[in-house]
Design a protein around this ligand. Structure first.
Ligand SMILES: [Zn+2]
Ligand SMILES: [Zn+2]
Length: 359
């Protein structure tokens, strides 16, 4: 089967013909229909994550189950499934307590080496999926069976980016009706935060991004205002749009320490600052301690948008079917697996919202 492998940090992916991975007792073999290209893949490909290379990127995917291991209970052959960036076993302490985005099986599922390379080495799979391929073999904790008529390239986006962004607004920040929201970084996840804020009823939604194309796209997805950081201090620009106070809710969706500090400054006194972007391993940020304390601001991380995939995948699918989540506008480009390096290039250049590999 065709697989795109990242061998060396920053180098183009190599398209290989590899044997299909073995299906263990708790594994599911999925024929992939579509796979989005996410910023996390780019972080891994560029060697900015903790995951070692070689590795097969891709973790935002949907497809059809072709084979299941003897102990698999969650899905059956023939099921249409959505793969998840964040595995959830459904029975550990975290899964039972509404924190399945921190499922205790997550690390072992995500670190498994699935692929045998021609040079004799083994390769892992990003987030335990490795969906830049025709077929993936994943733990059953990584897939949820879905019933929907959504087309493949739209459904795939719910596996990571859309779920992370919409969840950050609805689950983590709990954006309220009539509120003001500022979002720094408007790629696939940032646009999904904007959609989540619109669904929650925010009245002022400010999209902050250097890319004119992304600022324009945000207006179609729910943003009421855009801010170009090149036009002057974005914190001052956001304050000017929020009666001088700053936003009720701010979101950092890039993962850069200086932008985290900017998001903190953009939130009003007693506002909420939500960190969604994936920082490089080892990155740190500094805040003035006095202001951090007496501003009363709430600073919170958001892992996969606080999403509980067994609850939220079906919920977000219904929201997409009802037109509340606009997935069609999120897909800026459809490519084949052979064109995967073009898609990665577009992401690197911050072109478009989401490129999807359709198989
Ligand atoms: Zn992702
Ligand atoms: Zn679990």
């Amino acid at each position: 089967m065709r697989v795109a492998v990242a061998y060396e940090a920053g180098a183009p992916l190599a398209l290989e013909d590899l044997p299909e991975p073995k299906v263990g007792p708790r594994d599911v073999r999925v024929r992939i229909a579509a796979s989005g290209i996410c910023h996390t893949d780019l972080n891994v490909i560029d060697g900015h994550s903790a995951l070692p290379l070689p590795i097969v990127p891709g973790h935002e995917a949907c497809g059809t189950v072709e084979q299941v291991g003897a102990d698999v209970r969650r899905v059956r052959v023939g099921d249409r499934v959505l793969a998840s960036v964040s595995p959830a076993c459904g029975s550990c302490w975290w899964c039972m307590n509404g924190m399945s985005n921190h499922c205790e099986r997550g690390p072992s599922v995500q670190q498994k080496k699935r692929f045998a390379l021609p040079d004799g080495r083994e390769a892992g799979a990003v987030c335990g999926c490795g969906s830049f391929a025709e077929v993936m073999v994943v733990d059953e904790a990584s897939v949820v069976a879905v019933q929907t008529d959504l087309v493949d390239e739209q459904l795939a986006l719910l596996g990571c980016g859309v779920t992370t962004g919409v969840g950050a607004a609805l689950n983590t920040a709990r954006v309220t009706p009539g509120s003001s929201v500022a979002v720094i970084g408007c790629g696939g996840v940032g646009q999904s935060v904007i959609q989540g804020a619109r669904i929650a009823g925010a009245s002022t939604i400010i999209a902050v991004d250097l890319s004119p194309g992304r600022r324009q796209a945000s207006l179609g997805l729910g943003a009421t205002h855009t801010v170009d950081p090149a036009d002057g201090d974005p914190v001052e620009q956001v304050r000017a749009l929020t009666e001088g106070r700053g936003a009720d809710f701010s979101f950092e969706v890039v993962g850069r320490p200086e932008l985290i500090v900017q998001a903190f400054d953009m939130a009003r006194i007693e506002g909420a600052v939500t960190l969604v972007g994936m920082p490089a391993v080892g990155a740190t940020f500094e805040l003035p301690a006095l202001r951090a304390t007496f501003s009363g601001k709430r600073l919170q991380g958001s892992a996969v948008g606080g999403s509980q995939i067994l609850r939220d995948f079906p919920r977000y699918i219904r929201m997409a079917e009802a037109g509340q989540i606009d997935l069609a506008s999120m897909v800026s480009r459809r490519i084949t697996l052979d064109e995967v390096n073009d898609g990665i290039g577009a992401l690197r250049d911050a072109e478009g919202v989401r490129t999807v590999i359709a198989l």
